[in-house]
Design a protein around this ligand. Structure first.
Ligand SMILES: C[S@@+](CC[C@H](N)C(=O)[O-])C[C@H]1O[C@@H](n2cnc3c(N)ncnc32)[C@H](O)[C@@H]1O
Length: 244
C-alpha cells in the first residue's frame, strides 16, 4: 500500500506575513494550510480580476491569491474580529488585497469575477446558506466563477474522520452540512453550470470543490433545498468522483 503524500507546507513568503502572530496562531496557520486543499482551489481562480473570499478566516488563501497574481484584486471578509484583524495586519501596504470585518449577511452588491468560500458554508444556518448563494448568483459577473470548497461524503472513512475532527474543533457544536448531491441540485437551479472536483488528496478529510460557472443569460430557477431535515435525509448522491 502506498502511503499518501501530505500536502506541502505553507509557502515561506506567505507564512512570513503571519510572523507577528502569537505562537499558537502561527501554528494554526501552518496546520490549516496542511488541512485545506488551498492549492487545488487556487488552481481554479482567474489570474486577474476582482475576487472575494467570504469567511476568509486569517486570510491565507486570499493572501496567496494576491501574492501569486498581481493582476488580482482580492477582498477577504470575515465576521470574527480577532481573525480579520490578524488578516488585516498581513496587508503591509500591498494594494491588491484588503480585508473587511463583515458578516456575509451584509455583503454589499458589487460584481466579482470569482467568489470563494472555503470550509465556510456549513457555519451558516440552512436558510442563510440558500440566501447567500442566491445573492452570489447576483454578484458573480457573467461568465464568472463561484468556488465552494466543502465536505463531501467519500471515502467513507474520511467522512467519519471529519465528523470527529469537526466536533472537536467546534467544541461539540453541530455544523450544517449537506450532501454533495443536495448542493449540486441547488447550485444548478440557480443557473450555474457545475464541475465537482475531489480535493481530499493528502488530507484525512473528504473535501470537494464545486466549480460553478455563471452561465450568462440563463434563467435562474432557484428553489429551496428543503431545509435541514430534508437535505440530511438525502442519501449519498455522488457515486462518481468527478461530475461534469
Ligand atoms: C472554518 S473557518 C474557515 C476559514 C477560511 N475560509 C479557511 O479556509 O481557512 C470559517 C470562517 O467563517 C467565518 N464565518 C462564519 N460565519 C460567518 C458569517 N456569517 N460571515 C462572515 N464570516 C463568517 C468564521 O469566523 C471563520 O473564520
Amino acid at each position: 500500500m502506498r502511503i499518501p503524500r501530505p500536502l506541502p507546507p505553507i509557502p515561506k513568503d506567505l507564512y512570513r506575513l503571519y510572523s507577528d502572530l502569537a505562537f499558537w496562531q502561527r501554528w494554526h496557520v501552518r496546520l490549516r494550510w496542511r488541512l485545506c486543499p488551498f492549492l487545488v482551489i487556487a488552481g481554479q481562480v482567474p489570474r486577474s480580476g476582482r475576487i472575494v473570499d467570504i469567511g476568509c478566516g486569517r486570510g491565507m488563501l486570499a493572501n496567496y491569491l494576491a501574492l501569486t497574481g498581481p493582476g488580482r484584486r482580492v477582498v477577504g471578509i470575515d465576521k470574527q474580529e480577532t481573525r480579520i484583524r490578524a488578516a488585516q495586519a498581513t496587508v503591509r501596504g500591498r494594494t491588491n488585497i484588503e480585508f473587511r470585518y463583515r458578516d456575509s449577511r451584509d455583503l454589499e452588491v458589487s460584481e466579482f469575477d470569482c467568489v470563494i468560500m472555503t470550509d465556510f458554508l456549513h457555519h451558516l444556518s440552512y436558510g442563510e446558506q440558500e440566501e447567500l448563494l442566491r445573492h452570489c448568483r447576483e454578484i458573480v459577473a457573467p461568465g464568472g466563477l463561484l468556488l465552494i470548497e466543502d465536505v463531501g461524503d467519500r471515502p467513507r472513512w474520511k467522512w467519519y474522520a471529519h465528523l470527529v475532527i469537526d466536533r472537536v474543533l467546534n467544541f461539540g457544536r453541530r455544523q450544517n452540512f449537506r450532501r454533495p448531491g443536495a448542493w449540486k441540485s441547488f447550485l444548478r437551479s440557480l443557473g450555474f453550470s457545475l464541475t465537482v472536483i475531489p480535493a481530499d488528496r493528502g488530507i484525512p478529510l473528504p473535501d470537494i470543490l464545486f466549480v460553478c460557472v455563471k452561465s450568462p443569460g440563463r434563467e435562474a430557477r432557484a428553489r429551496s433545498i428543503g431545509g435541514r431535515a430534508g437535505s440530511e435525509r438525502n442519501g449519498p448522491e455522488v457515486s462518481r468522483r468527478k461530475i461534469n
